[in-house]
Design a protein around this ligand. Sequence first.
Ligand SMILES: C[S@@+](CC[C@H](N)C(=O)[O-])C[C@H]1O[C@@H](n2cnc3c(N)ncnc32)[C@H](O)[C@@H]1O
Length: 241
Amino acid sequence: MRSDQKKEGALHAKDDNPPRNDNRAGSPESVFDRYSWFYALCRERLFADHTEDIAGAVAPLLDRPPRPVLLEVGCGPGFYSSRLAQRFPQIDVVGIDPSARLLAHARRKARRNHLRNCRFLRARALQLVNFPNAADFIVASRLFLILANRRSALEAIYVSLKPSGLLFIAEPLSPLRAAVPLACMRILQVFAGAGNLGEEFAACNVLNRSQFADFVASQPWKHVRSWSDQRYQYALCEKAA
Ligand SMILES: C[S@@+](CC[C@H](N)C(=O)[O-])C[C@H]1O[C@@H](n2cnc3c(N)ncnc32)[C@H](O)[C@@H]1O
């Protein structure tokens, strides 16, 4: 995506170089990119699966003409994008992420599942500010804990939601649990003899409940439903019509 593009209602990529690194996970190549295979494994086997919650929230939007667009920001290996595209053939799913390797993983998975309504673009959350009113539904799972400028990212997400669009957020509650995958990647890095990831390990920033509530409320939502379970906190945010 070029930063000078402002095309309402369309998400597409013109180049494959997302601008400056704005995550907390190192630069220039993030830990997610270096150990994409490990993160993809954790995503499939270890992390909680919120597909049912997301699908329930998407259901009321399914009849929107022409074809509803679901955007997954920081999609990583495309876990939710693929599942939701498979489940809802009547919607178009777009996953964005700065990690080329995680996107390659996501594309392979979508191909394996013969998904024709699912594509992946290399981009960062902040770039969404250039794509106003592009998505009916946005998923941001385990994203904000790794972003240095999460408020700006949320603002960009807000801009790219259509009027009456919905944003689903899932953020881990336990700093310890959230740090485990990064700690494992740190160990892998040490075994690979490529130095340590001290900065990256320290950079995972889990929001406590009140920080999460303040963060979500930083945008002028029409309505917010928040809830939590033992491991995650969630928000379903609706933009005004
Ligand atoms: C903790 S992972 C979450 C992946 C996936 N959403 C999930 O539920 O497992 C964070 C993801 O955000 C991506 N990411 C890092 N910086 C980003 C940015 N500025 N904008 C969007 N995604 C970013 C990383 O490459 C990684 O795939």
